[in-house]
Design a protein around this ligand. Sequence first.
Ligand SMILES: [Zn+2]
Ligand SMILES: [Zn+2]
Length: 330
Amino acid sequence: MDTLNKVRSVDVATPNTGEARSPLLQRRSSVRRTMEIVLDTWNFLILREAYFGVRRFDKFQQRLGIPRQTLSSRLSSLVANEILSLGKRPKEPGQQYFLTMRGKDLFPTMLSLMEFGDKWLSGGKEPPLQLIHRNCGCECHPVTVCSECLEPFSAREVAPRDGPGAGYEPVDSRPTSRRSSDATLLERVRPCSVARTLGIIGDRWSFLILREGWYGVRRFEEMRENLGIATNILADRLARLVQADVLRKVPYSSGDRFEYRFTEMGLDLYKPMLVMMAWGDRWLAEGKPPMRLRHKVCGQDFSAIVVCSECKKPIAAKDTDYILRYPFDL
Ligand SMILES: [Zn+2]
Ligand SMILES: [Zn+2]
């Protein structure tokens, strides 16, 4: 992860002033902005059902067993964030929730999280959901690739650098210590590789710790300082990430201190992170992505996209059929 280390030093040095960083500043990041939306367990579950074709309030409620008030407030916030829009269809009674362009464009993020979950979190069993890509007619699985050469990439093959939007911004709302992704809630409606992945990274602090990891931050003290996180919460989240096999604890100096490094599985989380970042760059960065990425293998600047394993074309929600590998009562 040497390249990521390099970026960190650039990143810290660039923003406009030589002043010491206040703890109330955080890295400007398209991934974080995306995560704020996808991260919320209920938002995620609502979006997933929307991709399965659910459009009506009552249907969401019935599928998810979500309290009406919670559903109502989540739907409003998804509408406010322009992920869903509320409208009517000719000749169909009542209001319905439709995925906007932004909302549809989050589908690759789901697919990339699914690719990860299928690979690492299916416990050797068949993945719960089989995709069929209607465009090519194949049973397929999603593959996260470089937008330029269309080849899969690994974290080690990516060289990030500052983009035009790089820098720090004030922390608007500090993450709470509450774990926002509840694993049992996430899997209570259907077994789902995305849910399993969010069970690991869906908690705001865990996610921010991982992001520090991508910047090459490996030590407890440095994480604590960068994130302004309470010691006990940091210790708890690190322990969970180690237990989930995302990070491993490695001794340094005389062996009585530890640093945290990514496992192979942890490294692989970089791909869904970059797909989320691409979404944030497209919709929330106002044309100024905080970070640029180069694919070292093909030598080009790229973004992470998700394609069909068979025809290598992007997969849109509307072109996708599913075979559920589990009993589900529609
Ligand atoms: Zn490439
Ligand atoms: Zn295909």
